[in-house]
Design a protein around this ligand. Sequence first.
Ligand SMILES: NC(=O)c1ccc[n+]([C@@H]2O[C@H](COP(=O)([O-])OP(=O)(O)OC[C@H]3O[C@@H](n4cnc5c(N)ncnc54)[C@H](O)[C@@H]3O)[C@@H](O)[C@H]2O)c1
Length: 330
Amino acid sequence: MLGAAVLGLGRIGPSHVKVVASTPGVELKAVAEMSEEKLGKLLSDFPGVAGYGDYRDVLKRDDIDVVVICLPHWLHEQAAVDAANAGKHILIEKPLADSVAECDRIIEAAERNGVALMPAHTQRYYPVVRKTREVLDSGQVGKLIMAVDMWYKPLNPEARPRWMLDRKTGGGMALMDGVHLIDRLLWIIGPDVEAVSAMVGNPVYPNIPADDTSMSFLRWRSGVVATISRIAFRTGVTKYGADFFCTNGQVRFRIPYGSVGQEGVWIGQNEKYTPVEFSRFNSLERQFQEFVAAVRDRRPPPISAEHGRRVIQVMEAMDRSSETRREVLL
Ligand SMILES: NC(=O)c1ccc[n+]([C@@H]2O[C@H](COP(=O)([O-])OP(=O)(O)OC[C@H]3O[C@@H](n4cnc5c(N)ncnc54)[C@H](O)[C@@H]3O)[C@@H](O)[C@H]2O)c1
């Protein structure tokens, strides 16, 4: 039985708690959350689980093998390095960290301590993203030429934790949302992006020191190209998904956001979209089960830390391109 703990019980932490508590072969032993209110609420649903106000106290326990880090971005590096130094295997919410330099220090600590490290890029476990890759890989719509990936949604700054509204604390929509779009394209198309050209800025909320908008053009070594466009608007219409254009048709997936939008995958041929059947499953559950299986079998985790680093490298190239108004080669 592996002992596990979830660190951070904000917006996403409680969902990981449910997953950890229901995973066979794993025992949820502890949680950490600095807000007494959030901690108390969760512990009332999980009697027998120990609660701590600071994640560092959980790391002192020698009956914890695995930690799931759901802390604010600015704490990712410190918490992951602390967890690695305490000998814990780490599943860390995306992004791995806020910069390539921070990713490198986390990866070094994990390697030095011989612990598994996996960034939770959960979107590859979304049923529709998985099915889209399956259709593309099957060759039934031919060879991939280009992709258009997008996420348009309200920012709702008043509903967000303060750290998300300042780039200095890991805020901004590049680190919140942009990394999801980069991750899923790298997973579907491949890691070998060759060049990036981008605009990144905060035209919607100029008084908030964090990006709300970006449009990028990415070129892969294979010749495939893609755009990533995202805007966290004041008011607008939500749209979330991607379209893939191939030599013999199109594939598109859509993901609902909040109460808006429809979940699905469609093949587009002969001027009409035909829905593709897909099976539904809990993506956080699938992700955690695969991580735990890798830890138990001493195999590399299914999402490598190098992938998490690559995502941040592409994000940094977007920032650099935006600042210099030039294409950036990777
Ligand atoms: N995969 C997804 O769909 C998804 C969705 C939301 C968030 N996330 C990711 O999850 C992570 C957390 O995001 P969130 O939205 O839940 O943030 P959040 O601010 O709501 O939650 C973080 C929690 O950590 C707590 N905390 C801070 N310092 C602490 C400490 N020293 N010890 C214990 N607790 C401490 C805070 O009180 C807060 O409740 C981020 O990496 C974010 O990108 C992923």
